[in-house]
Design a binder for this molecule. Sequence first.
Ligand code: FMN
Length: 281
Amino acid sequence: VVDRFIPGEDVDDIVPVVRDLADNGLELTMDVVGEDITNPAQAAAARDAYLELVDRLKPLELGTRAEMSVKLSMFGQALEGGHELALSNVRPVVEAAAEIGTTVTLDAEDHTTLDSMFAIHEELRKDFPQTGCVIQAYLFRTEADARRLAESGSRVRLVKGAYKEPASVAYQDKHEIDRAYVRILRTLMEGTGYPMIGSHDPRLIAIGQELAHQAGRKLDEYEFQMLYGIRTDEHLRLAAEGHRMRVYTAYGTDWYGYFMRRLAEKPANLRFFARSMLTKG
Ligand code: FMN
C-alpha cells in the first residue's frame, strides 16, 4: 500500500528540492499528499509515508528548517473511532520529527474537524510543546481559539481558510475575512507563542511586518509561510530582508486528484491557483 501511496521516486525527488530551497535561505514545511482515506490501513500508510520522509530528512541535518505539515483526515480522523486513531497515527510522526530536531504542524481542515484537531494538538503539546496548528481567519470561532493558543505559547499558522463553509460558521465576504485576519494576527503577535503568517496577500504580509514590529518581536520570533511555486520572488525577497520564510511543499501520488477535489469544494480556490500560476515568479 505504501508503494502505491507514495512511490519511492517521489520521496527521492523531494530531497533535491529540499536542498535547493535550504541553499536559497528558505525553510520548509513538507506535506505528503494522498488519497482521501476510507480505511485504517490507508491511515497507517499515511503515517508510514511521513516516517519515511523523516528518514530521508535526517541526513540533511536541517533541524526545524524542514518541518512537516499533516492533515489529520489522512491519519484516519474521519473514520469510526477516528479521533483516537488519528492521535495514535500522528504521535509516532511527531516523535520521529523530534528525534531529528524538528516538528509537526497540524493543518486546519473543514470546521467539523477542528474540535478534534485542537484536542489532538493539546495532547501532543504535553510531550512536544513545539507542535503547531493552523487557524482560519474566516471562521467566527477563530478569535477565541487564537486567544487561547496565544496564551499557551503555541506555534500557530494563521491562514484565511480554504474550504467552502456555511454562513452560520464563517465570514463569506473577502473584506470581512481580511479584517478578521488582522485582528487575529494582532492577538497572536501580542501573545507568548510563535505566529506563522500563512498568506501570499501583499497587504497582509505588510501588515504582519508592522504588527510584529509594534509587538516588539525580533525577526526570528515569527515567520512567513507560502506555498511552493507561488510568488517565488516574494519568498526570496522576504528571506533576503532577514525574515524567516517557510515554503509549504506538497508531494505525493495523488496531488492532482487532491487539488481537484479541493477546487471542487470552493471555486474561489481555482481562481486563486490560476492567478498564482500566471503570476508566479
Ligand atoms: N487553508 C486551510 O484551510 N488550512 C490550512 O491548513 C492551510 N494551510 C496553508 C499553508 C500555507 C503555507 C498557505 C500559504 C496557505 C494555506 N492555506 C490553508 C490556504 C489559505 O487558507 C488560503 O486559501 C490561501 O492561502 C489563499 O489566501 P491568501 O491570498 O492569503 O494567500
